[in-house]
Write a new protein. Structure first.
Lengths: 552, 738
C-alpha cells in the first residue's frame, strides 16, 4: 500500500518540459518563418511572420502568406498579426531563416513579389508563373501593384527602386522609381546601385549616373556595353567592358574609379581577360585568360598596378588555374592549380613570381555554402580566414565529409591545423574577433553539428556544443539550435558563451529564429538584443507560436 | 495403497487375458559397477481383468534378495520414489537412482511399480530361478504432463511462473521459453514477430532477463531466430511484470528470471532437435565420482539457405552454446554455467554482428544454520554495426560479475542478504571523433554494485510480508550515483482460496537504449542521470474454482526513462550523439487479468488481458502516449493432451500503437490498426524403450494477418499508407531424447 501510495503521489506530476523564455506573442503553429525588417527611417524595426500556402491554382508551387506582428510591448496587451499579402514569393528576397531581410524603402514599405499561376500557353500541360511586384505598406496594409516584374533592386538608402518589367517589347525598359512614385524609363543595358548612386549604360552607350537625390543624368565613359562594380578599400571600382567590333565574343576591359570618376585603360593582356578581380586595397587588379585549347591549355595571369599603371604577366603552358582570390587584408594573389591529378595552391605577390605554397584544395561546397549572413562564405576560392592569416585547404576525395584544415598563409611550411576531427566534415565557419573561428562539423546531418571554438594562431580547438547549428554570433556568445531534429525541423534555442560553453536554454522545438539589430555594433548579441523565434512542436503544444525575448 | 496395487494387478491380469497390450520393454542392463545382466521383462500386461492365479509363496520358502531398477520408458531416466509392491504388499520406494532391493521368498511373485505420472506396471518373477536384476520401464501416463510440477509455497510476489511444457510447447513461441513471455499480462509485443517486449509501459530495454541470476545481454538471435538459450536447458521461468525481488536490480520495469535444470547424474542422456530453421543438441552426463554436466549447442542453417537464395550478397548466421556442470566437494556444491551466442548479418555494404559469452562459477555451502552462495561470472561482449553507412563501430566489453548471498530460515521468517556487482570495461572502436557527453562510443569503465536485504515475515497463518531494501551504486565514466530502493511485498490470505497481494518500491537503472544490445550498455550516467521508477501494484487472486486460478492486478508505475528523442525517426540516426536519447517522465497504469489452468491438467492454458495507459512527457508542454502503448492486449493460450498428442492454440489481440501522422495542422497521434493472430501447434510423442521422439507442427499467425508497424507519408500532406508485413511462421521439427 505504501508503495502504491508513493506511486500515486507523483501521478499528476509528469514534467512536460520547460516553458519557453520570453513573451508569447502569437499562439499559432501555422507560421514557419520570422524576420525583422526595417521600418521607415527612424522607426523601430518590425517583426514579420510568414506561412506556407498551398492551394488551388498554384499548380503545386508553394507560396507564402506574409503577416506583420503588431506587438504592443511587454505591458501593452496581446499581440496580433495582420496578413499583408497572400502568395508572396519571399524566398526570392529573404535569405534562409530570416537572416536576410525583405527589401524596404525609406518609407518602410516592402517590395515583394506576388506569384500567380496559369496554364502555360506555350507548353501544353505546363504552368506559367507570373511575378507581380507589390509595394506593401505594413502600417496601413495598402498595396501598390507594379505589374509583372522580372527583377528589381532597392537602393541602399531606400530612396529608389530599379526594376525590369516583364514586357513583350525587346529589350524591356528599365524603370527607376522614386519614393514619390515618379518613374523614369531607362535603357536596360547594364545598371547597378553603387552606393546610393545609380549607374547605368545609357542609350548612347555612355556610362551614366543618377546620383542620390539628383534627377540629372551625368555621362562618363562612352561606348560601354557592360559594367560590373567592385568594392575596395579605395572605394568602388567599375569594370567597364566594350565588345570588340565584329566579334561579340571578345571585349576590352577598363577600370572606372567611382571616387574620381576617371577611367583607366588596361594593357592588352589584362583588358582582354575575362576574369577580373581587384585586390582588397583596390591598388591591383588580377586577370586571368586562357589561350585556345587547340594550342594547349596555356593560362595567362596578369597583375595590373593601378598606382604605376604597370602590368606583370605570368604565362606558362602548364598552368591550369582554377580560380583567383586575393588574400584578405593583403595584396597577395592566390589561386588553385591542377597539375595532372594533383591540386596545388599557388600565390603571387606583386613584385615576385607565382610560387607553389602547398598541395591542397579549397573546401568544396555544399555544405559549405553559408546558411546565414554572418557565416564565412566559401564562394571565392581559395578561401581565407577574414584576417587573411590562414587558408582553408581540404582533401576533397577523402569522403563525403571532407576533412578541412587551416594552412598558415605566412608560413606555408607549418603543419596544417585540422578543423575536422576524424570522420567529420565541416559545414559552417563563423568568424569571431581576434582571428578566432566558430566551426561546425557534421556527421549525419549538416544541421546537427559539433561546434568548436578555434583559435588558429594558438592552434587550439575547444568543444562548445554538439548536435545543432549556429544561428547567430555575438562578441562573447552565440545562439544555436541544439538537439536539431531533422524530421521536425526544429531544435532547442540555446545561448552559449565562448568562454565556458555554459548553455542557457531559451526554448525547445524552435523552428525559426530572427535576431534584431543589436544596439552594440561590435556585438550582435549584446544584452537587450531582441530575438524572435517560432516554437513549432511536431505535436501540437501550448507553447507553439511566436515568442520574443530580449537577451539577458 | 494396497487397494491401488491390487487394482494394478487386476488390470494387468485382465490385460494378459486379452492377449496383452504392447508396452515395449527392450533389453537393458543396470548401470554401475554393481550391475549384472538384467532380465528382460515384457511388461505387456492386461489393461484390465483379473488374473486370479496369483499365488503368494509359502512363508517358509527360502528368501532371496531381488534387485531392480525403475526407469522411465522412452528414456534412461530413473524413477525415484516409485512404490514397489510384492504381491500387493508395499515395499520400500526406489532410491534417487530408481533402485530397489527386496527380500522375497522363492517362487513366482508379482512385482509391481507405481509412480506419479506413470502407468503402473507389474511383472511376475521367481527371483530364485532368475536372479538377474529386474528392470521395470514405466510408461508415462497418456495425457499426463511430461514432467512434475514443483509446487512452491505461496509467496508475496506477483510473479508468474512457467515450467515444463509451458516453456517449450506454448503455441506461437516456436518452442522458445522466452517467447512465452509475450502472452503474459503486462507485456506488449510491439512489433510481432520481433521478440521485443515492453512491460507495463516501459521500454523493452527496461526489463531484465536473467539466467541463474546472470544477466543475459541478448535474448534472441537475428531474423526471427530462436532464443540464445537451448529450450531444454530451462527448468522454469519467473516473470515479474513489476515488484521483482531485491536480489535483482538495475532495471526499472520487470524481470524475467529463468533457471537452468541440474543435469541428471544417473547416466548419459542426449537430446537432438532438428527444426526447419536450425538444429541443436544437448548432452548430459554424470561427472566422474559425482555430479553432472550438461552441454547444449545450436546452429542455424537459415543463413546458408538465405545466402544461397539471395543474389544480394546477404549472409546470415547464428549459433549458441550452453554448459552447466554441478559437483559437490564436501559441503560445498559447485556449479559452472557457461553460455554464449553469436549472430552475424552481412550484406555487401554493411555488417551487423552481435556476440557474447558468459561464464559463471557458483559455490554454495551451509553456514551458521543457513546457506552461503557465492558466485563470480565473467563476460565478453562484442557488437559490430554501422553508425552511419560508412562508419562502422565495434563495441567490445569485458565484465566481471560477482554475487554473494546468505539465506537463513527460522520458524517465522526467512532472511536473505547479499550483493551483486558488475565491473565492466568497454572498448568501442570507431573511426569517428565526435563531441558530446554521451560515452556510449567511448572507452569507459562501469562499476555497478547492489546490496540488498530481504526479509520474509510470516505474520500469522494468513499474512506474509516481505520488506526489502536494495542500495544500488553506479559509477560510469567518472560519474557516480547511489540510490536506495525500498521495496515491499505482502500476501494476505482472505480464506483458503482467496488472497490479496501488494507490491511496490523504487527501482533504478542506468540509461539504456530502447533495445538491449550487447556492449551498448552502462553509459550516459553523467548526461541523463539514472532511470528510475516507483512501482505499485495491488492484486486479488483466487483458486476458488477447481483447477483454475484467477488474478486481477491493478498497477501504477511512475518512471523516468531514457527515450529516443525523436518519436518518429525517418532520417539517418546517430545513436552516438548525445541527444539520441532524452530523459523523460513517464506514467503507466492499468489492470491485468489472468485466468490460468495449470499444465498438469489435461486442458491447460491461460487467458490474459491487459488494459493499460502509458504516457510520456514529450517536452514542449506535451504529454503523449508511449511509443509502445497498446491499450488492450488479450491472449488466450490453450493446450489439450489426448493420448500421445498435445493440441495447442493461441489467440492474440492487441490494439494499435500510436504513431505520428502529419497534416496541414501539424502532426497528431493516430493509432495503428488492431492486430490479431491465431497460432496452432500439435505435438505427438513417440515413446520407445530407451528414447522418445517428439514431433511437432506449428503454424504461427495461421490467420495470415498483416502486422502494420508504421504509417508512411510521401509528403507531409499526403494521406498515410500502412507500412507492414505479412509473416506466417510454419515450423516442423523433431525432438529426440534418450
Amino acid at each position: 500500500m505504501l508503495a502504491l501510495a508513493l506511486s500515486c503521489v507523483d501521478v499528476a506530476c509528469l514534467d512536460a518540459g520547460p516553458t519557453p523564455v520570453g513573451r508569447h506573442l502569437l499562439a499559432t503553429a501555422a507560421e514557419d518563418d520570422v524576420e525583422f525588417d526595417d521600418g521607415a527611417i527612424g522607426a523601430p524595426r518590425r517583426i514579420f511572420v510568414s506561412a506556407r500556402e498551398s492551394q488551388d491554382g498554384t499548380f503545386g508551387f508553394t507560396t507564402r502568406r506574409l503577416a506583420i506582428v503588431d506587438d504592443p510591448g511587454p505591458n501593452g496587451g496581446a499581440a496580433t498579426s495582420r496578413v499583408l499579402l497572400d502568395h508572396a514569393a519571399l524566398s526570392e528576397q529573404s535569405c534562409f531563416m530570416g537572416a536576410c531581410s525583405m527589401p524596404v524603402d525609406a518609407l518602410g514599405r516592402l517590395y515583394v513579389h506576388q506569384l500567380t499561376f496559369s496554364p502555360s500557353t506555350l507548353s501544353p500541360g505546363g504552368t506559367d508563373q507570373h511575378d507581380d511586384l507589390i509595394i506593401v505598406d505594413p502600417a496601413t496594409g495598402a498595396q501598390q501593384h507594379l505589374g509583372p516584374v522580372e527583377s528589381f533592386d532597392v537602393s541602399p538608402d531606400g530612396a529608389r527602386v530599379a526594376y525590369l518589367p516583364e514586357n513583350a517589347a525587346l529589350p524591356p525598359p528599365l524603370v527607376l522609381r522614386e519614393l514619390s512614385g515618379a518613374e523614369r524609363m531607362l535603357p536596360d543595358r547594364s545598371f547597378a546601385f553603387v552606393g546610393s548612386d545609380f549607374f547605368f549604360v545609357g542609350d548612347d552607350g555612355h556610362l551614366s549616373r543618377l546620383a542620390a537625390s539628383s534627377v540629372d543624368v551625368e555621362a562618363f565613359a562612352p561606348q560601354v556595353d557592360f559594367f560590373e562594380p567592385f568594392a575596395t578599400q579605395r572605394g568602388f571600382l567599375l569594370q567597364l567592358r566594350r565588345v570588340g567590333a565584329g566579334d561579340q565574343g571578345t571585349f576590352t576591359s577598363s577600370i572606372f574609379d567611382v571616387a574620381t570618376l576617371t577611367e583607366t585603360a588596361l594593357p592588352d593582356e589584362s583588358a582582354a581577360a575575362p576574369t577580373f578581380v581587384p585586390s582588397p586595397s583596390g591598388r591591383y587588379v588580377a586577370t586571368q585568360s586562357s589561350s585556345s585549347f587547340i594550342q594547349g591549355p596555356t593560362v595567362q595571369l596578369t597583375l595590373f598596378d593601378r598606382d604605376t599603371n604597370q602590368q606583370t604577366l605570368a604565362s606558362e603552358p602548364s598552368l591550369n588555374v582554377s580560380s583567383l582570390a586575393w588574400r584578405p587584408q593583403h595584396d597577395e594573389l592566390c589561386f588553385g592549380m591542377n597539375q595532372g591529378n594533383e591540386d596545388e595552391l599557388w600565390r603571387w605577390r606583386p613584385g615576385g613570381t607565382p610560387e607553389e605554397i602547398a598541395p591542397g584544395d579549397p573546401p568544396e561546397q555544399p555544405p559549405l555554402a553559408p546558411m546565414l549572413a554572418q557565416e564565412l562564405p566559401f564562394y571565392s576560392e581559395p578561401t581565407f580566414t577574414p584576417d587573411g592569416a590562414f587558408l582553408f585547404v581540404s582533401d576533397r576525395g577523402a569522403s563525403e565529409r571532407q576533412p578541412v584544415a587551416l594552412l598558415s598563409a605566412d608560413d606555408v611550411t607549418a603543419a596544417p591545423f585540422s578543423l575536422t576531427p576524424a570522420g567529420t566534415g565541416m559545414s559552417g565557419v563563423w568568424p569571431l574577433t581576434a582571428g578566432r573561428l566558430l566551426v561546425e562539423n557534421w556527421i549525419t546531418d549538416v544541421r546537427r553539428n559539433d561546434i568548436y571554438l578555434v583559435d588558429p594562431a594558438a592552434r587550439t580547438s575547444r568543444a562548445l556544443a554538439s548536435t545543432g547549428n549556429v544561428v547567430a554570433i555575438g562578441r562573447d556568445r552565440f545562439l544555436a539550435l541544439l538537439h536539431w531534429v531533422a524530421d521536425g525541423g526544429s531544435g532547442d534555442l540555446t545561448l552559449l558563451d565562448y568562454a565556458t560553453a555554459t548553455p542557457t536554454l531559451i526554448a525547445q522545438n524552435v523552428s525559426a529564429v530572427a535576431v534584431d539589430a543589436s544596439a552594440d555594433p561590435n556585438d550582435g548579441l549584446a544584452p537587450g538584443t531582441r530575438v524572435a523565434y517560432l516554437v513549432h512542436d511536431r505535436i501540437a503544444s501550448p507553447y507553439d507560436g511566436l515568442w520574443v525575448i530580449d537577451l539577458p | 495403497m494396497i487397494t491401488l496395487a491390487l487394482g494394478v494387478l487386476l488390470c494387468q491380469a485382465a490385460s494378459l487375458a486379452d492377449g496383452g497390450v504392447g508396452v515395449d520393454v527392450g533389453d537393458g542392463a543396470l548401470d554401475g559397477p554393481a550391475s549384472r545382466d538384467a532380465e528382460v521383462v515384457d511388461a505387456s500386461l492386461p489393461a484390465d481383468g483379473l488374473d486370479r492365479s496369483v499365488v503368494v509363496a509359502p512363508a517358509a520358502a527360502p528368501r532371496i534378495r531381488l534387485e531392480g531398477r525403475v526407469l522411465a520408458r522412452g528414456s534412461r531416466k530413473f524413477v525415484a520414489a516409485a512404490t514397489i509392491f510384492v504381491d500387493l504388499v508395499e515395499s520400500p520406494e526406489t532410491d534417487r537412482e530408481g533402485r530397489f532391493e527386496i527380500d522375497v521368498p522363492c517362487g513366482k511373485h508379482w512385482i509391481a511399480a507405481q509412480a506419479p505420472g506413470f502407468e503402473a506396471l507389474s511383472v511376475e518373477r521367481d527371483a530364485c530361478a532368475d536372479a538377474s536384476p529386474l528392470v521395470l520401464r514405466l510408461a508415462p501416463r497418456a495425457g499426463a504432463a511430461g514432467y512434475q510440477t514443483v509446487v512452491r509455497a505461496p509467496t508475496s510476489r506477483q510473479e508468474m511462473q512457467l515450467q515444463g511444457e509451458e516453456l517449450t510447447k506454448t503455441p506461437g513461441t516456436l518452442g522458445d521459453p522466452f517467447r512465452a513471455v509475450e502472452s503474459l499480462p503486462g507485456v506488449s509485443a510491439v512489433a510481432w514477430p520481433a521478440p521485443i517486449y515492453a512491460v507495463r509501459g516501459s521500454n523493452p530495454g527496461n526489463t531484465g532477463y536473467f539466467l541463474d541470476d546472470l544477466r543475459i545481454p541478448a535474448l534472441f538471435h537475428f531474423a526471427l531466430g530462436p532464443s540464445v538459450i537451448h529450450p531444454y536447458f530451462f527448468q522454469d521461468l519467473d516473470f515479474y511484470a513489476g515488484g521483482y525481488p531485491a536480489r535483482y536490480g538495475r532495471y526499472v520495469a520487470g524481470v524475467v528470471s529463468a533457471h537452468t535444470r541440474v543435469a541428471p547424474d544417473d547416466d548419459v542422456h542426449a537430446s537432438v532437435d532438428v527444426r526447419l530453421y536450425d538444429a541443436g543438441a544437448m548432452v548430459t552426463a554424470p561427472l566422474p565420482g559425482q555430479g553432472s554436466v550438461a552441454v547444449a549447442a545450436r546452429y542455424s542453417y537459415t543463413g546458408a539457405v538465405i545466402g544461397y537464395l539471395s543474389d544480394a550478397g546477404l549472409s546470415l548466421g547464428y549459433w549458441d552454446y550452453q554448459v552447466r556442470a554441478d559437483r559437490a566437494f564436501g559441503r560445498v556444491r559447485l556449479t559452472l554455467l557457461a553460455f554464449g551466442s553469436s549472430d552475424e548479418l552481412q550484406t555487401t555494404s554493411s555488417k551487423l554482428a552481435l556476440r557474447f559469452h558468459r561464464v559463471k562459477v557458483r559455490a554454495e555451502t551451509p553456514l551458521a544454520g543457513g546457506a552461503l552462495a557465492a558466485s563470480v561470472g565473467v563476460g565478453a561482449d562484442r557488437s559490430e554495426a554501422p553508425i552511419v553507412t560508412d562508419e562502422p563501430i565495434t563495441l567490445s566489453a569485458l565484465s566481471v560479475l560477482p554475487r554473494l548471498a546468505y539465506t537463513r530460515a527460522t520458524t517465522h521468517a526467512e532472511i536473505e542478504a547479499g550483493f551483486d556487482g558488475e565491473i565492466e570495461r568497454f572498448d568501442p572502436v570507431t573511426t569517428l571523433e565526435r563531441l558530446g557527453e554521451l560515452d556510449l562510443g567511448k572507452r569507459r569503465t562501469a562499476r555497478l554494485l547492489g546490496e540488498y536485504v530481504t526479509l520474509n515475515l510470516h505474520a500469522g497463518p494468513r499474512l506474509l510480508v516481505t520488506p526489502e531494501v536494495r542500495v544500488d551504486s553506479y559509477a560510469v565514466s567518472g560519474a557516480a550515483k547511489t540510490d536506495v530502493g525500498p521495496r515491499l511485498a505482502a500476501r494476505l490470505a482472505l480464506d483458503a482460496t482467496t488472497w490479496l497481494k501488494i507490491s511496490g518500491g523504487r527501482f533504478t537503472q542506468l540509461p539504456s537504449l530502447p533495445l538491449q544490445i550487447p556492449g551498448a550498455e552502462n553509459f550516459g550516467l553523467a548526461l541523463y542521470g539514472l532511470q528510475s521508477s516507483w512501482q505499485g501494484a495491488l492484486a486479488v487472486g483466487t483458486s476458488r474454482w477447481r483447477g483454475f486460478e484467477a488474478t486481477v492486478t491493478g498497477y501504477v508505475q511512475r518512471y523516468v526513462l531514457t527515450d529516443v528523442r525523436d518519436p518518429v525517426v525517418t532520417h539517418m540516426v546517430d545513436p552516438l550523439a548525445d541527444d539520441f536519447l532524452v530523459a523523460r517522465d513517464a506514467l503507466s497504469y492499468g489492470v491485468e487479468v489472468l485466468v490460468r489452468r495449470p499444465s498438469t491438467e489435461r486442458l491447460s492454458g491461460w487467458l490474459s488481458y491487459t488494459l493499460s495507459n502509458n504516457e510520456r512527457a514529450l517536452g514542449g508542454g506535451v504529454i503523449g502516449p508511449s511509443d509502445w502503448d497498446q491499450r488492450h492486449v488479450v491472449n488466450l493460450v490453450l493446450g489439450y493432451r489426448w493420448r500421445r498428442y498435445t493440441f495447442g492454440g493461441r489467440a492474440h489481440y492487441n490494439t494499435g500503437r500510436p504513431v505520428l501522422v502529419s497534416d496541414a495542422a501539424g502532426e497528431t497521434f493516430t493509432r495503428l490498426p488492431d492486430f490479431y493472430q491465431i497460432d496452432l501447434r500439435c505435438d505427438r510423442r513417440f515413446i520407445f524403450d530407451k528414447f522418445s521422439l517428439d514431433g511437432y507442427v506449428e503454424l504461427v499467425n495461421a490467420t495470415f494477418n498483416r502486422q502494420v508497424v508504421g504509417l508512411v507519408q510521401m509528403t507531409p500532406d499526403a494521406p498515410p499508407t500502412q507500412d507492414g508485413y505479412l509473416i506466417v511462421l510454419p515450423s516442423i521439427g523433431v525432438h529426440a531424447e534418450f
